[in-house]
Design a protein around this ligand. Structure first.
Ligand code: T5A
Length: 215
């Protein structure tokens, strides 16, 4: 299959964002299929995670039970420790090789979950973002937006809730609101998708955004 139009990609960073169960992982596979069909050199990755060490941090972060309370600053630092490994070993090298990097979550999740959800000091997030990423920011962020109740219902269907999925509805309402505020603030990067729609409709919309971006 040929590309929609002749286009050279000089490295491009796409992120998928949204609350629990909004369909990010499902959409990631659709994007992979689309990029493969159109012969774009790409990698798929996720946060927290993406490298062996970052994946170990992910397991610790998602593990529901610990023998001590997880302090919110510890959580924030672990997210950025994992991100640092991810940026240095996966994202930046791939972008330098002019690949398209598609990540299931990135720092916008931190702004929404730790910033709004946990009420963490946003200056700390800002400082860590600069320290870890320098100027690295997504070129395109697809936000799967839906009422928090619906996403949690989908996530709960799978059973075995992780540490975040056990949070309150208020927490996830704050997360959703923070995403929508960021989408407004960074309109040139964000594209909002209605995650309550049937998957086929969402995929059509994603395809439109991808064609729009790459052509
Ligand atoms: N975290 C992460 C932070 O707090 N700070 C950070 O900085 C970072 C990076 C990671 C957790 O870590 C937190 C946030 C998260 O809580 P995760 O597994 O990456 O965990 O994120 P989750 O949101 O928990 O992932 P989920 O798998 O729950 O949700 P997805 O990927 O959004 O949803 P998906 O695709 O698995 O779909 C869920 C179900 O819905 C169905 C699917 O088939 C599936 O069964 N579905 C649909 N059903 C109907 N209509 C549609 N349109 C559908 N789309 C999907």
């Amino acid at each position: 299959m040929t590309r929609p139009k002749s286009h050279t990609v000089n490295g491009c960073f796409i992120t998928l964002e949204g609350s629990e169960g909004s369909g990010k992982t499902t959409c990631l596979h659709f994007i992979q299929q689309w990029l493969t069909e159109h012969q774009y050199d790409h990698i798929l990755t996720r946060e927290p995670g993406g490298t062996p060490l970052a994946e170990q941090l992910r397991s610790l972060l998602l593990q529901p039970e610990h023998n001590e309370p997880v302090d919110t600053l510890t959580e924030l630092l672990m997210m950025f420790a994992a991100r640092n490994q991810h940026c240095k070993h996966i994202i930046q090298p791939a972008l330098q090789q002019n690949k398209i990097v598609v990540s299931d979550r990135f720092t916008d999740t931190t702004w929404a979950y730790q910033g709004a959800g946990r009420h963490m000091n946003t200056q700390w997030i800002q400082q860590l973002e600069t320290m870890v990423q320098g100027t690295l920011r997504p070129n395109l962020t697809l936000l799967l937006d839906m009422p928090a109740e619906l996403g949690l219902k989908r996530a709960k269907k799978r059973g075995n809730l992780d540490r975040f999925e056990r949070e309150t509805l208020d927490f996830f309402n704050r997360v959703r609101e923070a995403y929508l505020v960021r989408a407004k603030q960074y309109q040139h990067i964000y594209r909002i998708l209605d995650a309550t729609k049937p998957l086929a409709d969402i995929q059509t919309q994603i395809q439109t955004y991808l064609i729009d971006y790459f052509t």
